[in-house]
Design a binder for this molecule. Structure first.
Ligand code: HGY
Ligand code: MN
Ligand code: MN
Length: 440
């Protein structure tokens, strides 16, 4: 017998008729998953470098991707679709209670160099596919659903990670507008050349009281779900990250005539530091350290490196562990430079604290995963996400989706299945249907 009132029963207990209308059945979820895979494939056609997927902030490929996302949103039936002052693509699907604060979701659509087609983009395309299901049946969630395609998260072009989500969070660093890319193009000029208005960025910051929560669907970018045989996982917290660009200056010299003891070799100094980073960060569990960029600017085979530049990226679940490791690394850099007669310049380019997901949203994601018939597990995120920026103004939650190919990411081999994308669509719809704004 149907429970009293306008309640109905589905596989996970009592839901109201309005909530039930927001759920996807297996067929609808699968169709949404297949749509997401096809859209990700189409979006990957836009790239800065043919033969690989690289989409940096405001390149021609980035602009094409932005137009395509806006078109997907319009076709899906969003009530409002716009591009904001920093280039974010924003779609709003009105809720049953339009005066209630919005449930904001989304992720980034820029990529790393030669990256995968689901990092970030899954978190934009999947909510669009679910809204298309809602619009097709005239179903409305309680809270307005705002889907954001963040224009820049990876920091590829200007070393400015989370640029776009910081604009929504009201913590945009306006000094970045003066930063130039490898071709000497100023960010401010580039934005204006694309019709964006840096002076309007501050006005785009969200009023925290108007954001009920921020949730992000993202590929796991690791092997845990794959090894556990699970499609989905709720995220417990996001590791904090610190990044530094290190520029070493020694003395260029003749590779053939300069005795080894008389050299001030910036490349050899950097090599010592890289191995120290590996040793120090391997010394504690969950602490990671990476030198992802390493270059001898203008180097030649027969010239001792007079300069060497490299990046540092250090992360841990606890900020204190991360900061202690970075301190040790910077102390080692100073000692190596002292011993070798090398000058050193440091540029701190990122310091994002670890971001715990809100307990109530973790519970709601676990319930949503269970609604898809899967046992809910929780796992931390070693990768950084826009959610950690949005955590500055709203409670956050995240859903991870299994990665294939051993969990590889930031690599063209990155992959997910349509079936898992469908499971994620079903969980996302169940989450939205039963979403309750956490107490603030
Ligand atoms: O670096 C990261 O963790 C993210 O992919 N930007
Ligand atoms: Mn990434
Ligand atoms: Mn990402």
């Amino acid at each position: 017998m149907a429970p009293a009132g306008n309640r109905t029963r589905d596989g996970t207990g009592e839901v109201t008729a309005a909530e039930a209308a927001l759920m996807l059945d297996t067929g609808q979820a699968r169709a949404a998953g297949e749509r997401v895979i096809a859209w990700a494939e189409a979006l990957a056609a836009h790239t800065d470098h043919p033969g690989q997927l690289t989409v940096a902030y405001l390149t021609p490929a980035h602009r094409q991707a932005s137009l395509e996302l806006r078109q997907r949103m319009r076709e899906a039936g969003f009530d409002e679709v716009l591009e904001d002052a920093v280039g974010n693509v924003v779609g709003r699907y009105r809720g049953r209670e339009p005066d209630a604060p919005a449930l904001v979701t989304g992720s980034h659509f820029d990529t790393v160099r030669d990256g995968g087609r689901y990092d970030g983009r899954l978190g934009v395309l999947l909510p669009i596919a679910v809204v298309a299901e809602y619009a097709a049946r005239g179903a409305r969630p309680r809270h307005t659903l705002e889907v954001v395609g963040f224009a820049e998260e990876e920091g590829l072009r200007f070393h400015s990670a989370f640029l776009a989500s910081s604009a929504l969070a009201g913590s945009f660093d306006f000094g970045l507008l003066e930063r130039t890319d490898a071709d000497g193009t100023r960010m401010d000029d580039l934005m204006r050349a694309h019709g964006l208005a840096p002076e309007a960025i501050a006005g785009g910051a969200r009023d925290p009281s108007r954001v009920a929560a921020f949730v992000e669907v993202h590929i796991e970018q690791g092997p845990v779900l794959l090894e556990r045989g699970l499609a989905l996982g709720a995220v417990s917290s996001i590791n904090g990250a610190r990044r530094v660009m290190v520029r070493l200056r020694g003395v260029a010299g003749h590779a053939g005539t300069t005795p080894m003891a008389m050299r001030r070799d910036a490349g050899a100094a950097a090599a010592e530091v890289v191995l120290f980073v590996e040793r120090r960060c391997a010394s504690q569990p969950d602490l990671v350290g990476t030198v992802g960029m390493l270059a001898v600017p203008g180097g030649s085979t027969n010239v001792i490196p007079g300069a060497c530049e490299f990046s540092l990226d250090v992360r841990a679940p606890q900020d204190a562990v991360r900061d202690a490791a970075l301190e040790d690394i910077l102390a080692e850099i100073a000692a190596v430079c002292e011993r070798r007669g090398i000058a050193c310049e440091l540029e701190h380019t990122m310091n994002v604290p670890a971001a715990p997901c809100h307990p109530e949203l973790r519970a709601q994601w676990r319930a949503a995963i269970e609604a898809t018939g899967q046992a809910p597990i929780e796992l931390p995120s070693g990768a950084g996400h826009d959610a950690m920026k949005m955590a500055e103004i709203a409670p956050i939650g995240m859903l991870f989706v299994r990665c294939g190919a051993g969990g590889i990411s930031h690599n063209p081999l990155e992959t997910i299945t349509a079936e898992d994308a469908g499971a994620a669509a079903g969980a996302f719809a169940a989450f939205v249907a039963r979403f309750r704004a956490p107490a603030r």
